[in-house]
Design a protein around this ligand. Structure first.
Ligand SMILES: *[C@@H]1O[C@H](CO)[C@@H](O)[C@H](O)[C@H]1NC(C)=O
Ligand SMILES: *[C@@H]1O[C@H](CO)[C@@H](O)[C@H](O)[C@H]1NC(C)=O
Ligand SMILES: *[C@@H]1O[C@H](CO)[C@@H](O)[C@H](O)[C@H]1NC(C)=O
Ligand SMILES: *[C@@H]1O[C@H](CO)[C@@H](O)[C@H](O)[C@H]1NC(C)=O
Ligand SMILES: *[C@@H]1O[C@H](CO)[C@@H](O)[C@H](O)[C@H]1NC(C)=O
Ligand SMILES: *[C@@H]1O[C@H](CO)[C@@H](O)[C@H](O)[C@H]1NC(C)=O
Length: 671
């Protein structure tokens, strides 16, 4: 019984409200208490709902909506002065999100109703990037803006602004009103609250004063306007102008609808007040009452469907974010990242976020969701095995290293078959690129020397100044990263060990990259601080000569270039400076370049005990100690009495970082 009665009551109310809606138009004004049957010129997504609401935008993304009074009005007196006008309207902005909203809308006085060239989004359907700010526009707009656009220097994301030919408001104020009931105290209003509010816009053509007043619905017009400004509209208002509304939606996902419930306009006099009792209801309140009475069983089935969908989504999500966490990892709290956070940070490991492809895996740029910190996330494939626990312990201890020339490792995350390492993000990428990529501008000597000294100081910290001796195991230009100030930082720690753990435990692997690998390390597979010094030597030569430690045979040539051999030859002939990078030009400090080249040879000494320690290296670079003379019988490490093929066959060289590395193997086998 009740179920049948209520809908019919609802219908009757609806019909009554329709009949009550009425619009009157005269030559110099009009009033719409609801818009049923109103003759407006609409475009875009603007429409009049069956209830009589003027809906400027619906929840479709990136759209515009306009509604104009169909006939033009004269805004100029015979003497050419702008005329006074007054208008008031009731609106509601309904956002699907309680805290945010899509764009706002504006009341517009314009010489045209053709806004086909205007843009949606923060252009509010009024202008585009070419005509915004153009004095020929003849547009006055009062915007009710719910997004802070930095492009237009908006004061906040909830304001009322006076726009003259431009979206950069001439005057604006945070939305609110001076409440007459509480001695004119200012009270905020949230434009997108979904609550109906009323706006009054009054312009006096004599003194060019424009007042804009806002208040909650059913509150008498406040005495003090929100905005009261002198705006010279004499060149804006023309003899024939249209009045209406313009609105747009964002490309974002916040669905917002703009509604006008009633509108009154008058030239040269105060606009007729609206009859609140005749204004149409807003959709959400109507929807609620309908739901309560009519949709009980459909609602239940709808909920059931929702639950099923929710369940499926939950399972999918669990799969997407699945990771491995064991009990022993719990103590590493802050160093453990959830896969979900990393997934979000890198926008789902999108290709656009890919910043590097190493021999080890892919590196993505990301911004951590809670801290907004920029990070680099490296995805490395690995098979989980017993060594994992020790390895993670090592990563965590590496995460405690702090030095300005060492890339900070923040932590890790484990998944099946995969490990993710989270590092500090280095905006200038790797040194390798700057030195070897001919499309990049050449790095001058001052910068190179600064990077060399930085890397030396970082390596000294690892070897001698931290609580444990850390052997980097993979020093090379591509593992030297540059921060925002072009300081060199050592990156990619621990990966060498990961390689140890991640491969077949029955074979011993040599870890390192060809050309940087000390001969004794190649023989024994043991990494020491001296093998790091050897690699650092190769790195010095690489930076000073602008060539890779081993370069593939040039076209038409049989032999590839082994950098250290080539530098040794020149050094023996007394022409070591001829090996410097030609991209350094003619202006360079010869002493420093020679120091770096000779130090490179010293560090690349075939005998580990003849190589300097990193502390000595620092002293040579600082100039606080003199570089010892190289013995005239110095032999390049690649011309050792050991046949290279022997150890190349025995050991698989890991993670070749460049073409050069690969070709080295094949060519040297033929030697
Ligand atoms: C709407 O207004 C325009 C302009 O005054 C007029 O030409 C048109 O006939 C009107 N349409 C209706 C349905 O009244
Ligand atoms: C919005 O309005 C347009 C035009 O009236 C219509 O095509 C579209 O389906 C509407 N979108 C929604 C979400 O209601
Ligand atoms: C509206 O303006 C565009 C150019 O901005 C023009 O191409 C179009 O024909 C105009 N439409 C009308 C109805 O005047
Ligand atoms: C309105 O002003 C614009 C900008 O000056 C102009 O291009 C356009 O022709 C004018 N439209 C009308 C109908 O006067
Ligand atoms: C009103 O809004 C302003 C600006 O957003 C804010 O600083 C102030 O705290 C708000 N006041 C109230 C009472 O909400
Ligand atoms: C604007 O507001 C001021 C202050 O309340 C008032 O004195 C003035 O008459 C108003 N002007 C118009 C055009 O309504």
């Amino acid at each position: 019984m009740q179920k049948i009665l209520l809908p019919s009551i609802f219908l009757v109310t609806l019909l009554i409200s329709r009949f009550q809606t009425f619009a009157t138009c005269s030559k110099d004004g009009f009033i719409f208490n609801g818009f049923t049957g109103a003759n407006l010129s609409l475009d875009g997504v603007a429409s009049i709902t069956s209830d009589g609401l003027l809906e400027l935008t619906n929840t479709t993304m990136s759209t515009k909506g306009h509604a104009f009074h169909p006939t033009s009005l004269s805004f100029k007196s015979r003497t050419g002065k702008p005329l006074s006008f007054s208008t008031t309207f009731v609106f509601a902005i309904i956002s699907a999100h309680p805290d945010f909203s899509g764009q706002g809308f504006a009341l517009v006085v314009s010489n045209t109703t053709n806004f086909s060239a205007a843009l949606a989004g923060n252009y509010l359907g009024l202008f585009n990037s070419n005509n915004n700010g153009n004095s020929y526009n003849h547009v006055l707009a009062v915007e009710l803006d719910t997004i802070q656009s930095y492009e237009f220097q908006d004061i906040d994301d909830n304001h009322v602004g006076i726009d003259v030919n431009s979206l950069r408001s001439a005057y604006s104020q945070t939305a609110g009103y001076y409440d007459a009931d509480s001695n004119g105290l200012f009270k905020n209003l949230t434009l997108h609250s979904g609550q109906p509010m009323q706006v009054w816009i009054d312009f006096n053509g004599e003194d060019m004063q424009l007042n804009v007043t806002l208040s909650p619905l059913q509150t008498p017009k406040p005495n003090r306007p929100l905005l009261s400004s002198t705006v010279d509209l004499s060149s804006v208002l023309l003899d024939s102008m249209y009045v209406g509304f313009s609105s747009s939606s964002t490309s974002g996902s916040i669905q917002t609808s703009h509604y006008i419930l009633g509108w009154s306009f008058k030239m040269n006099a105060e606009a007729e007040p609206l009859d609140y009792s005749k204004l149409p209801p807003l959709p959400h309140s109507k929807a609620r009452s309908k739901w309560k009475e009519l949709v009980i069983s459909p609602l239940a089935s709808f909920c059931f469907v929702l639950m099923v969908i929710g369940g499926v989504l939950f399972l999918l999500r669990r799969k997407t974010y699945a990771e491995l966490v064991e009990e022993w990892e719990l103590e590493y709290g802050p160093h453990h990242f959830s896969y979900r956070d990393l997934y979000r940070a890198t926008k789902g490991f999108k290709d656009e976020e890919l910043v590097g492809l190493g021999g080890f895996g892919r590196v993505y740029r990301g911004v951590l969701p809670t801290s907004n910190m920029e990070v680099a996330v490296k995805r490395v494939s690995h098979e989980s095995r017993q060594g994992m626990k020790e390895f993670v312990a090592e990563i965590v201890s590496i995460g405690q290293l702090r030095h300005r020339n060492v890339v900070q490792l923040f932590g890790y995350c484990r998944r099946k078959g995969e490990l993710l390492l989270v590092y500090d993000f280095m905006p200038n990428g790797s040194l390798d690129k700057l030195i070897h990529d001919p499309t990049q501008p050449a790095l001058d000597w001052t910068r190179r020397f600064q990077v060399i000294k930085g890397v030396a100081s970082g390596l000294l910290y690892l070897h001698e100044d931290w609580e444990r001796v850390v052997v980097h195991r993979d020093i090379k230009a591509s593992n030297v990263l540059l921060d925002g100030e072009m300081n060199g930082k050592l990156g990619d720690f621990g990966l060498a060990r990961l390689y140890d753990h991640g491969t077949d435990p029955h074979t011993t692997h040599v870890v390192g990259t060809m050309g940087y690998l000390a001969p004794e390390a190649a023989r024994t597979g043991k990494a020491t601080t001296k093998t790091d010094v050897f690699a650092f030597g190769a790195f010095l030569l690489e930076v000073a000569c602008g060539r890779r430690p081993v370069e593939p045979a040039a076209a038409g040539e049989q032999v590839q270039l082994v950098l250290v051999d080539w530098v040794v030859e020149h050094w023996k002939r007394g022409s070591v400076l001829a090996t410097k990078d030609p991209r350094l030009g003619e202006e360079y400090p010869a002493g420093e370049v020679e120091l770096v080249l000779t130090l490179g040879l010293l560090c690349s000494h075939p005998l580990p005990e003849a190589r300097p320690s990193m502390r000595q290296v620092m002293q040579y670079l600082d100039g606080s100690a003199a570089l010892p003379e190289l013995s005239p019988t110095y032999m390049s490490p690649s011309i050792l009495p050991l046949k290279r093929t022997e150890w190349l066959d025995d050991y698989i060289l890991s993670f070749p970082s460049s073409v050069a590395t690969v070709s080295t193997c094949s060519v040297s086998e033929g030697r």
